[in-house]
Design a protein around this ligand. Structure first.
Ligand SMILES: Nc1ncnc2c1ncn2[C@@H]1O[C@H](COP(=O)(O)OP(=O)(O)O)[C@@H](O)[C@H]1O
Ligand SMILES: [Mg+2]
Length: 256
């Protein structure tokens, strides 16, 4: 049953002569957190982009989410099914207040219950910002945000859609150790689920792309390793750090 939550089959993406993702297959259950690691250029971001409708996979690939095919569908529909991603390169609406950036996400039909209107949306967006730890800046323009706070805005926007599967592309990228610690705690709290003001979260399943392995391995119970677009290992953090192929491909190259 749980294996039908997400099933990725024969997923590939070629850009001209370059195969960025090469026949990736895996499945995951509703309550897992998977860490997705691999050297720069391994295809991690491309894989997430195919899952969320930003890139169309090569023909024959399949992304089955809760039994429905998402490959080649548009992002709006995929978010509405409950799969949402944050981005490695953040692109907020810089001239809009931070709060409005999150209110846009609250407008997705999945999160917008019947009868809810602007005041409620604003309150809900504020709850998401509070969860992410930047509610004190809610009415300032998004252009004032530091790198670390932009990551928080990404997370607030994503959780405002009340996802069941949350994809995080380098959530610790550019963060100081103290900020990383805070973000890791937020991610764990979100996964546990519960009520966050007006937001109710059952605790989404997660796929987290990260280079900061020490932090990732404290959160994820399963790690998938990509190298040149191909899965070379899939196991517990303990198995992964001992795997000779992984050490050669990734850890041995000065990965941190
Ligand atoms: N839109 C694109 N056009 C051409 N090549 C791309 C594009 N996006 C990614 N690539 C290439 O695909 C490979 C995988 O990239 P990416 O998925 O960003 O890797 P990762 O996130 O693991 O660092 C890289 O060689 C990258 O240069
Ligand atoms: Mg990437």
């Amino acid at each position: 049953m749980s294996e039908s939550f997400l099933e990725i089959k024969s997923l590939s993406k070629t850009f001209g002569g370059l195969t960025a993702v090469n026949n990736v297959n895996f499945s995951m259950g509703r309550h897992q957190i998977i860490g997705l690691i691999g050297p720069n250029g391994a295809g991690k971001t491309t894989l997430l982009r195919m899952m969320t409708g930003i890139l169309k996979p090569d023909p024959g690939g399949s992304v089955l989410f809760k039994g429905e095919e998402c490959a080649g569908k548009n992002t709006w529909d995929i978010v509405n099914k409950g799969m949402v991603s944050t981005f490695q390169n953040m692109r907020p609406f810089r001239k809009l207040p931070i709060l409005a950036n999150v209110m846009v996400a609250c407008l997705c039909p999945r999160a917008l219950k019947r009868g809810e209107w602007v005041k409620k949306i604003e309150a809900k967006a504020m709850d998401a910002l509070e969860f992410a730890g930047i509610s004190d800046m809610a009415r300032e323009k998004a252009s004032v945000l530091s790198q670390g706070d932009l990551k928080r805005l990404e997370v607030a926007r994503a959780i405002a859609t009340e996802p069941e599967l949350l994809l995080l592309d380098e959530p610790f990228g550019g963060l100081s150790p103290a900020e990383t610690d805070l973000m890791a705690k937020s991610i764990k709290r979100l996964h546990k689920g519960g009520r966050f003001g007006r937001l109710h979260s059952e605790g989404p399943a997660m796929i987290i792309v990260e280079h900061k392995l020490h932090w990732l391995m404290m959160i994820a119970s399963r790690i998938i390793v990509l190298n040149f677009g191909t899965i070379i290992a899939d196991g517990t953090p303990d198995e992964i750090i001992k795997n000779p192929q992984v050490i050669e491909a990734y850890l041995g190259q000065g990965g941190n």
